[in-house]
Structures are given as C-alpha cells and as structure tokens.
Design a protein around this ligand. Structure first.
Ligand code: UT7
Length: 327
C-alpha cells in the first residue's frame, strides 16, 4: 500500500466585522436584492482593528493543530496560499511559524489566488507520498478588503476576509488524497488582476489614482471561463479515479458565485445536498474559501469516514485545479 495523505485537523477563522448587503447599500449604489440574486452573498466578514492576514491564518492554524492533536513543533512545513499577505517580506507562512512557535517547520507562501489551498495540498501530498511521517500545515488566508476598491460596486460587494487551515500527514491505508490536478492560463491574467503594488512600476500618485492597487475584474468574462474550467477539471478528477458523478459524496467548490455552484451541480447531475454552500455567509474569500468550507463540513459532522470528496477551485492568473480524496 503506498503512502497516502490524510487530513487530521481543520480550523478556520473569521475577522470581527460583519458587513451585510444592507450595510453596503450605504457605500455604493447597490441593493441587497441585486447582490443576493446575482451572487448568492448575504453578508461577509472584514478585518477590524488589529486584525491581519497572518493573525487570521495563525488562529485557523491553531484550531487545526489542536484537532490534529499535535504540537506546533511537530510540524515539518507550513504552506500558506494567499495573494494578500501582511507585507511582501516576511511571508505570512513565516509570521504564522513565529506565532505558533513551530521551530522545526520550513515555511513559504504560495501565490495561486483562489486555487491556493488546492495547490498547497497538492504540494503537501507530494512530500507525504515520499515520507508519510511528515506533518504539514496548509493554510488559505486572505484579506481582500485591503485590495478592494470600495467605490467600485462591480467588485466590492463580492469579497470577504478569512482563513482556513488543514494539518496533513501520511498513512498506509486506502483513504486520503487520491489525485490532484493543477492548471493555469497566464494569457488570460488581465481579466482579473491587481496591476500595481508589485515591482513592475513604482508606486506613484498617478498609479494610485488609476486604482491599480485594487482588484480589477471583468466579471462576465471571468464567469464564462470559470464555469468551463471548473467543469472540465471536475471531469478530469472523476476520470482519473474512475468515479462516476453519483459516487461524489460532497463537492467542495471555491465559493465565488452561487450561479457558478448551481451550474456545476447541474452539469455534474448532483443533488443539492452534495454541494457545500456557505457563500451566503462569507462572500468570496479566495484561497480561504475551500478550507473554511472544509472546516465547517468537518466540525458539523457532515464528513464521514470513506466519503468521496471532490474539491475544485478557479481564480486569477488564471489558475484552477481539483483534488479528489476519500475522507
Ligand atoms: O474568485 C475568482 C473567480 N471569480 C469569479 O468567478 C467571479 C465571476 N463573475 C461573477 O460572479 C459575475 O460576473 C459578477 C457577480 C461579478 C457580476 O454578475 P453579472 O451578472 O455578470 O453582472 P454584470 O457584470 O453583467 O452586470 C449586470 C448589471 C450591469 O448594469 P447594466 O450595464 O446592465 O445596466 C452592472 O452595472 O448589473 C450592474 N451591477 C450592479 N448593480 C447593482 C454590477 N454590480 C452591481 C452591484 N449592484 N453591486
């Protein structure tokens, strides 16, 4: 029996400030009705005083470590999927390592936007297939509210802040991660981008005036690519494992839009109870959306041993991916 990667602990953390659609009606020209019907979002949590990406990531990590019944210095590696770090250097992963006191662990951030958690688990899986004794913390954590243009109604109503985490290790049993599938198409990166604040150009008043420090998205175009890519990668994962769609027990998809989730459910012929949905509560939290959903599903007792889980994500880059596992 080869080494298999299993999730032995999950955790999540949300910031303190609850912002409803009604609250946003006072910020931009929008309505609760538009946001609900076009996206499925009812509210989101945003950071407040003293909260940062690494603060949320460490809180989620502590819960996952506690559930895994390990000590922070048992960790060999910390991977944080994020594109909204506290600062360019040190990485969120290093800040988390310090906060946890995980002295033995290597640590790095991974930039794959909304696919960050699946990319992160996929890397962790490769290490653990080599050495099943390893313990790896994989986190998805974002503070999108600091990269949101609060006068752009086409984006500001969509995003939320938050973090989710999982501790993984290896077993020689017939369960755990079965396959991972990673994709990207950089030629379409301009459809969902933060143009400024990198090193390509200096930060100038002109650049800030153009709003290049903020997320800019051509939503309709992104939507079209997202549904196609998510469906294709879901079929790819099913076929790699010889699964039929009715063998999927739970689909944990990136929570970007309820209409994308409905589309996927219909295309795969799944019943409503097989598609996990929490976008109504948190909005789109990018790399954090799947680990938050996983933690909620886990802590609510929804996940049962042997269940077949399919995770799929799509985001800026473009990046997308899938992961099939037996719980
Ligand atoms: O997480 C990474 C991947 N991201 C995604 O997958 C997001 C994909 N895209 C989407 O989810 C959707 O395209 C959005 C939710 C972003 C937009 O929904 P849409 O149905 O594609 O709306 P639209 O952009 O075509 O806009 C329709 C109308 C426009 O008005 P007109 O031109 O028809 O008069 C917009 O100006 O809705 C208007 N609109 C709004 N109205 C009220 C756009 N945003 C708002 C708003 N409130 N917040």
């Amino acid at each position: 029996m080869p080494n298999r990667t299993v999730i032995i602990g999950t955790g999540s953390a949300l910031p303190c400030r609850l912002v409803t659609n009604k609250d946003l009606e006072a910020v931009v020209e929008t309505s609760d009705e538009w946001i609900r019907t076009r996206t499925g979002i009812e509210q989101r949590y945003l950071i407040g005083e003293g909260e940062t990406n690494s603060f949320l990531a460490a809180r989620a990590a502590k819960k996952a470590i506690e559930m895994a019944r390990i000590r922070p210095d048992d960790l060999d590696l910390i991977i944080v999927g994020t594109f909204t770090p506290d600062m360019p250097m040190p990485s969120v992963a290093c800040l988390v390592q310090k906060e946890l006191g995980a002295k033995k662990a290597g640590a790095f951030d991974l930039s794959a936007t909304c696919s960050g958690f699946i990319y992160g688990l996929s890397i962790a899986d490769k290490f653990i297939r080599d050495n099943r004794k390893m313990k790896i913390l994989v986190v998805g954590s974002e503070v999108l509210s600091r990269r949101t243009n609060w006068s752009d109604r086409t984006t500001c109503v969509l995003f939320g802040d938050g973090a989710g985490a999982a501790v993984v290790t290896g077993v020689r049993e017939d369960r755990g991660i079965l396959s991972t599938h990673l994709h990207a198409d950089g030629s379409l990166g301009g459809l969902l981008t933060i143009k400024g604040l990198g090193t390509a150009q200096p930060v100038t008043a002109e650049m800030l005036g153009l709003g290049w420090q903020y997320i800019q998205m051509q939503g309709k175009e992104v939507f079209k690519y997202a549904v196609k890519a998510l469906e294709a990668v879901a079929w790819e994962a099913l076929s790699a494992n010889n699964w039929t769609t009715d063998q999927i027990d739970l689909l944990l998809a990136h929570q970007a839009n309820i209409r994308i989730l409905d589309f996927l459910r219909e295309r795969l012929g799944l019943s409503e109870d097989k598609v996990f949905i929490n976008i109504n509560k948190y909005g789109n939290t990018s790399a954090a959306s799947i680990p938050i959903a996983l933690d909620e599903a886990n802590r609510s007792g929804l996940l049962k041993p042997g269940m077949r889980l399919l995770m799929v994500a799509f985001g800026g880059g473009f990046t997308w991916g899938a992961l099939a596992m037996r719980w």
